[in-house]
Design a protein around this ligand. Structure first.
Ligand SMILES: Cc1cc2nc3c(=O)[nH]c(=O)nc-3n(C[C@H](O)[C@H](O)[C@H](O)COP(=O)(O)OP(=O)(O)OC[C@H]3O[C@@H](n4cnc5c(N)ncnc54)[C@H](O)[C@@H]3O)c2cc1C
Length: 264
């Protein structure tokens, strides 16, 4: 068969267009394809919730690829072992409740499981703003405003596009981008101790890991936080190269949202 370059282009454009059009209106729009939101995407799909993940960078996976200080191994504590097992991620038992896993295999598996469960990732797309609506006279986050990342980077004067979502999840990691946008532009208070993004404290793995999971929560009508964005929003200790908290945060946010949307 002789390959036709135009046919190749047509197939790409047709399929991408279909995929994007099918996700202009979703139950859940997850911002950031780090480990927390990728795990959330897996569990949301399993619960029958229509979700999509928008990632500003080329590759999904956020900060998990590099392990600790670029040694590409991660540590997972025993609380999160059942997530590893559910996702069929291989790990080594190091005793005393510590497990290690290859960071690349772990992230590649999470990405594959999330996609195959039914939650797609749209990469190279940055959430630059939120849709804001009123419900019974009260403000809520009702979707995202999206732009191609290169457009943002080059500061081109091109208008972004909007998508609607019943729920948005800020999984943008350390920056907690969406929480900042909501407080700055909607002039509202989040459900955090200061009403805004409190900011991270120094490293303390034992406290930080539990803190992230406990504070994975709804911070405003229509807006949840997961992973490091939850830590930053509520003011917990920053994380190190132990990732159980990120996985458990993803599972928890999916469960909370499925409950809010009344899915099993
Ligand atoms: C590139 C990178 C490398 C890191 N390397 C390490 C490391 O080697 N060791 C370590 O311990 N920690 C590292 N970190 C810290 C990291 O925050 C945590 O390790 C952990 O991955 C946090 O998980 P998370 O799911 O909260 O989000 P993250 O893994 O931080 O992922 C957040 C994702 O959100 C995307 N994003 C942010 N803003 C937007 C937006 N507005 N629209 C769309 N997408 C957006 C980012 O591109 C990123 O992929 C790194 C973080 C990043 C982003």
């Amino acid at each position: 068969m002789a390959l036709n370059d135009v046919v190749i282009s047509r197939h790409i454009i047709e399929e991408y267009k279909k995929k994007f059009m099918d996700h202009l209106s979703v139950d859940v729009a997850l911002v950031g394809a780090g480990p927390a939101n990728m795990v959330a995407g897996y569990y949301l799909a399993k619960a029958g919730v229509k979700a999509a993940i928008f990632e500003a960078k080329l590759a999904p996976g956020g900060g998990m690829w590099g392990g600790g200080m670029m040694f590409n191994e991660i540590v997972i504590q025993d609380d999160a072992k059942e997530v590893l097992d559910e996702l069929e991620i291989r790990c080594k038992d190091k005793g005393d409740g510590y497990y290690t896993a290859d960071s690349i295999e772990t992230m590649a598996t999470i990405i594959s499981k999330c996609l195959r469960a039914g939650t797609p990732v749209f990469n190279l797309i940055k959430a630059v703003d939120v849709l804001f609506r009123e419900e019974n006279g009260k403000p809520r986050v009702a979707g995202l405003v999206l732009s191609w990342s290169p457009v943002e980077k080059l500061e081109l004067h091109v208008d972004p596009l909007g998508i609607e979502a019943k729920v948005v999840v800020d999984g943008t990691g350390h920056p907690a981008d969406i929480c900042h946008i909501v407080t700055r532009k909607m002039n509202v208070r989040l459900n955090t101790p200061t009403g805004g993004v409190v900011g991270e404290m120094p490293l303390w793995a034992d406290k930080g890991e539990k803190f992230t999971v406990e504070n994975t929560a709804r911070v405003f009508p229509g807006l949840y936080v997961s992973g490091m964005a939850a830590t930053n929003a509520f003011g917990g200790p920053r994380m190190g190269p132990i990732f159980g908290g990120m996985l458990l945060s993803g599972r928890k946010v999916a469960k909370l949202i499925a409950q809010e949307l009344k899915r099993p």
